[in-house]
Design a protein around this ligand. Sequence first.
Ligand SMILES: [Ca+2]
Ligand SMILES: [Ca+2]
Ligand SMILES: [Ca+2]
Ligand SMILES: [Ca+2]
Length: 595
Amino acid sequence: MIKNKMFCKIVFLIVISAITVNSASVSDMTESSFGRNTEGIIAAFGDFNSDELTDAFVIQNASNVEVYLAYDKEPFLRPSIYVCNFSDFIITSIVPGDYDGDAYMDILLTTQNIVNGTPNYHDVRILWGGMPTLNCSDALLVKVTTFGQPLVMDYNRDMILDLFGLNTDHERVFWIFDKARTTLEKPMGLDTLFNEIKLPHSHSFLDVNNDDAADLLVTTTTDIEIWLSDEPEGFKYNNSISLLVGHAAMYGQALFLDVALSGQFFLVIPTCYDIECMNSTILIHDNQQWHDLQVDFNDGKGTLWRFAPPRNDTYLDTITMRSGDYNMDGYPDILMTLSPSNSNETRVFLLHNVPCTLPGCKFYRTFEVQWDKFDSFGNSIVMATFYDFYMDGVLDIIYVKKNYTTDKHTMHSFRNELEYDTNFIKVIVVTGLTNPKIPVINTTFYNRKVTFGTNLPGPKIGYNTWSQEGTYRTGVCAQLPQSAYFALQLPYSIFGLDRTPNFVDSLNVGLSGFSKSWTQIIPNSQIVVIPVPPNDPSQWKARLFVTPSKVILKSVFVLTAIIVVITGCVLYLHWKERNDRQDIIEIDEKTYVKI
Ligand SMILES: [Ca+2]
Ligand SMILES: [Ca+2]
Ligand SMILES: [Ca+2]
Ligand SMILES: [Ca+2]
């Protein structure tokens, strides 16, 4: 009997140790993300084939566009049949979205001619979606030509995406698309009264005055103009935030972030006080005045770092912060490309959003550079951005490395392994457009008839909740407020809820001047909000996909393993006992015979 118990114990220990080993793995996940197809640069994200998995749009050899479809198994991003190779122009940016209102995602390309191309002039071409393959000849037609890349937004709240930018005469205009695939150019007007647009610009499309309609924020060389949306069509100039603070020499791309987890957007902008960025900092506007976040760029090993000074190179032509909540505490962190002060080498770093505790703090949060976190990436990294490979609400990282000898770029990825289990909600607001021609498709989660539509810029998504300790928490995110110059924003919002396993009290979505709240949201769920019809929020729907958290999955696994082991032990002991009894009976019989 003792022997049997020992046997069971050993089996049990083996099972437990197998589970523990299984949970420890390597952080570099390039192979499991891209397989061998690493060449190219990431240009945008969007669910091209309507299967709820966010696909990536990749530019290869400067002139080819390829959709890397997302899968729930390795490799997570794979090249697809959606590919076009062009020869007479280079692709400067990609913005996926629905530009003809047929519910299928189209691919907007901005391009420059290889021969006679002029810097800053971009031709806009659209590859229409909904075909079994891409019809590459769609791109022969130049829809419009813009000075600087256009901002993708929705001018007239019809869910068909439109553009804002400068035309070839350098006038501010909107280009409005319709179901007939025609383009209407509408001037913004009053050009002469305003400052010159900064290029590369960081225009944004998000609601800043809390009326649930996305406003237009225009970046000029000296300020940020706020144009409010107060009617179904168009924008009215309201005020400007001056950028003239402390004699800065150069500004990077502006971002609007809920930096302090207060349910309010703050304008954050990377700034250099000299053209070599030797004195770099991040400024925040608290809606009254500017504050220097006093980010420490000294790595503690004797090197002073700076923002990579803009140069004529992919991803490096402007200073860009890409935001995402890396440690799931609710506060948005940022990824940035930095250079040491003594060379032009570039590397990427995570800047953690932390409380500001120094005596000189003017604002209650700041960013702290994590110097060692991405040591494994090595040098010549030109860009890093967030992407959720495992669809578990934890943001992993895609980074791009440049080989300066071959002039080629390769894509790599890094798995974000949090040591603790955190909770999140992931929200995507789609256009809600439908098309009767769309057949039944097999999705990851279930079979359904229609797509819910595609990437939508402009919605405001917020939540309110009480933590277990009784503290109030509120957060807000803008969906796809920027799309030009490799902003690489994800089409969904992830709210890190830290370790709060409670229901989220309310989730609010604001769009086109209307809003709706949903209450008692289960954490660790992905919510698809379908705002149909846009002007009647009582009919808006939220579809919920629950992602079991790592702890629950592990518990289920451990429980199953224990049950298997115990059942095995019971069966073995039962068999053993029957055998032993048989022996006793036989012995008894022999003994009886002898007697
Ligand atoms: Ca997809
Ligand atoms: Ca379309
Ligand atoms: Ca529109
Ligand atoms: Ca964070």
